[in-house]
Design a protein around this ligand. Structure first.
Ligand code: DC
Length: 230
């Protein structure tokens, strides 16, 4: 079958806390690829819906919101900055509240339909890494290299807990509630009818539980080199 994508596409899918975004940013920098964080797009929809006081399960309200929604990424040395309707929301979209709202909006059909062309367009001109839940199954089913990262729930919860401690001032955060929230999101993300989280048949499974960030990144870079440099 003819490949529809012009550029080299590397997809990295998996559940929360598997290490996708940290590893993707590192590999993107090392291989000079664009980094497309599709989860941040769902987080922006959730953030904008909350700002507008909308019910995130109401398809018609979200439909109206989506018509005027502008999401923009800006590469910076330190971080990938995220802008939603020209507000800089890089940290604001990482709160536990947005975690839950993003999971809810991501199961709404009109939201997925609106974000899909933006996700594909983002990789139109540059070779890219796409991090998500359906990057290798729906967004780029013909990707050149597909990776599926996973780790046991306890490991992923510990990572997310440490990340949230760093990113938020919220003293209420505790490991037990982070573990429960991740388990709930796993369940919601993998059981929804629209583009559920699952490993593409041709994706390479990597268990990250006993690997550090450098180990996972190097493993993927080696796979990339083996496949494309002979
Ligand atoms: O990767 P993340 O935690 O930033 O993703 C936020 C939410 O968006 C998460 O609940 C899953 C959902 N998501 C999705 O449904 N499809 C994607 N391609 C990326 C994220």
């Amino acid at each position: 079958m003819q490949k529809p994508e012009k550029n080299f596409i590397l997809t990295i899918d998996g559940p929360s806390g598997a290490g996708k975004s940290t590893v993707s940013k590192k590999i993107a920098a090392r291989l000079n690829l664009s980094y497309i964080d599709t989860g941040a797009m769902y987080r922006c929809v959730a953030w904008a819906a909350r700002e507008a006081g909308l019910d995130v399960t109401c398809e018609s309200s979200l439909q109206t919101l989506l018509q005027n929604l502008k999401i923009r990424f800006q590469a910076s040395n330190e971080n990938n900055l995220v802008f939603c309707n020209e507000h800089e929301v890089t940290s604001a979209i990482r709160s536990p509240e947005i975690d839950a709202l993003a999971s809810a909006v991501s199961s709404v059909a009109c939201v997925r339909k609106a974000l899909l062309p933006l996700q594909r367009a983002a990789a139109q001109y540059n070779p890219a890494i796409i991090d998500g839940r359906d990057a290798g199954t729906v967004i780029f089913p013909h990707a050149d290299l597909k990776i599926y990262l996973d780790a046991d729930l306890a490991t992923r919860a510990k990572r997310r807990f440490a990340e949230q401690k760093l990113n938020t001032e919220n003293a209420e955060i505790d490991l037990k509630s982070v573990t429960e929230a991740i388990a709930n999101r796993d369940q919601a993300d993998s059981s929804r009818s629209e583009a559920p989280l699952r490993k593409a048949e041709d994706a390479i499974f990597v268990d990250t539980a006993n690997l550090d960030i450098e180990g996972v990144s190097q493993l993927i870079i080696d796979l990339y080199k083996a496949r494309f440099n002979g």
